[in-house]
Design a protein. Sequence first.
Length: 286
Amino acid sequence: MTDGASGGGRTRSTELRLRVISALLLAPAVLLATYVGGWPFAIGAALCAAILLQEWVVIVRAQNLIATVGAALAVAGAMLAVATGHAQIALGLLLLSAAVLLGAGWLLGAVGVAWLAGGVLYAGLTGVVLVILRAGEAGFIVIVFLFAVVWATDIAAYFAGRRIGGPKLWARVSPKKTWSGAIGGFLAAVLVGLVAGLLVGRAPLSVWLVAAGVLSVFSQVGDLLESALKRRFGVKDSGRIIPGHGGVMDRVDGLTGAGVLGYLVAVAASGALSDPVAALVGMQGY
């Protein structure tokens, strides 16, 4: 018993160390690309989308080469369209491609092809939405705020869940996630909203606080959805590309949830596809 506990402690310590080192190496590169914007950021988002699609294909065990190539071309085409300023074409291409794959999978009785439709939307929307948000009038602030909320939620949930424990959030899907972690992550995100509101201004403080809270919830929804997908297919990690973290999907699931769902809410509220945040709260001129 003692040896097992000790070994578990060493394993957790090693995992945490790898997580910190990986974050310290990746975060500056991500923030630099975000600051530069333009094509460097679009290329980074496209690379992220490509890896996400590859990991999705592996998880769902898609074995149809033609459908997989089609899915990859759809995501690549959408990223090229949004990078050249055609957000409507990018979003339309993703929706059309997903519909075609879903229909083909249903007609052919090929479950793997149908699951590829989800991969096109998951990977494609992640990349496309990030580029759309960065290209807006308040693009740099919006993306940094999004990153800060997601990172704060993830870190606080991790430590609060381990320190406090308690009832599970959704034991059947993710046995390690607790309500204490979810609440801790939410409170940390609201704190980010408070700091952002005080430092940046332009929008009322209440807008920053509500946005942070909503994005934190969406981030945790994205995390749970990825956990549900992996559990459905009996997969522990989406990949091994990032030491201590697993695959890219394991790291950006929260970002996908917050970014995509947050974007859709902003579009629904503002009616603007290209720059919904500025249209919604008038944060022009950054």
